[in-house]
Design a protein around this ligand. Structure first.
Ligand code: CUA
Length: 324
């Protein structure tokens, strides 16, 4: 992040230059047509000015060639814009399956990050260079927006649900992190730094939290403390469904609907268990609204993700099936 004045932030993610190229294309096109229209307007105003008080211009009935030209050319240009931007959009909203996962909680007025290895940080985000990183984000209060200009990516962070954002940082360094949605009188102070590190430095940094317990381990502890394991038993004899291997799978509901057991579904099932009851079970689970924090919900979700029908598998987790 040099100190010299720049119109654009540094390009530091895999899709940053593609976003800029598209932006420059749009700007160039807009400038070209603005100038062309303005010059044509001036030229015709002079050329076809009224030369005498009694002058009556000859009627003009247009021409097919001209009509086609100014229909077909703009059509081609907007189609180029459409397909180019759609491709870019799908790249930006589709995290690769092998992405490293991290969790973000926004609140007035800070960013809290949890890493699978157990590291937690506030207003700082440490990531490895050259690796795709997927952030799953929620808010404890109002709408925020997670924005890293150097990566050319941003995503709304909403209370009550998870949204995702991904990037692959390409240059080690320190980059700005902003909240890009007005969220109260200290919105402008809801800022932080992203530290892009060489993979070995990142591993060393991650190891700094050793002993605090991974998210899965914390989730497992919480699962027992909240007595979730009384009903959700691995042998399927409990009053609640067995949660082993459920993550990212389709779940048949009592209502006849089918849903995918993704992060949002698990979150809802903990906070509002009556909303989507699994077929064959009664809606008797109490709500845990107010009893678990957003950070703890993340730990429970990671624990449930880790249940694969065998013993807990550490920080491993299945790639999300829903993509976005
Ligand atoms: Cu959070 Cu603006």
């Amino acid at each position: 992040m040099g100190t010299k004045f720049a119109f654009f932030p540094e390009q530091a993610s895999s899709f940053a230059s593609s976003v800029d190229n598209f932006y420059f294309f749009m700007v160039a096109l807009s400038v070209f047509f603005s100038v062309a229209i303005f010059l044509t307007l001036v030229f015709f105003s002079i050329k076809f000015r009224r030369k005498s008080a009694t002058e009556v211009p000859a009627p003009f009935h247009g021409g097919m060639a001209l009509e086609l030209t100014w229909t077909v050319i703009p059509f081609i240009l907007v189609m180029v814009m459409f397909f180019w931007s759609a491709r870019l959009y799908f790249t930006i909203v589709t995290p690769p399956a092998e992405a490293v996962e991290m969790w973000v909680t926004g609140k007035q007025w800070m960013w809290k990050i949890q890493h699978l290895a157990g590291n937690r940080e506030i207003n700082e985000l440490h990531v490895p260079v050259g690796k795709a990183v997927r952030l799953t984000m929620t808010s404890e209060d109002v709408l925020h927006d997670f924005y890293i200009p150097a990566f050319r990516t941003k995503m709304d962070v909403l209370p009550g649900r998870y949204t995702q954002l991904w990037f692959k940082a390409t240059k080690p360094g320190k980059y700005h992190l902003f909240c890009a949605e007005y969220c109260g009188n200290q919105h402008s102070g809801m800022i932080g730094s992203v530290y892009v590190m060489e993979p070995q430095d990142y591993e060393a940094w991650l190891a700094g939290a050793a002993g605090q317990g991974t998210l899965v381990e914390r989730g497992e502890k919480l699962f027992a403390e909240l007595a979730c394991n009384n009903c959700h038993r691995p042998d399927g004899t409990g009053r609640g469904p067995n949660l082993e291997g459920v993550f990212a799978k389709a779940v048949q509901l009592e209502s006849g609907q089918k849903v995918t057991a993704d992060e949002n579904y698990i979150r809802e099932s903990i906070l509002n268990p009556q909303a989507k009851v699994v077929a064959g079970y009664q809606g008797i689970m109490p709500t845990f609204q107010g009893l678990v924090t957003e950070d703890q919900l993340v730990q429970l979700i990671e624990y449930i993700k880790s249940l694969k029908g065998g013993p807990a598998t550490g920080t491993q987790s299945a790639p999300s099936a829903d993509g976005v």
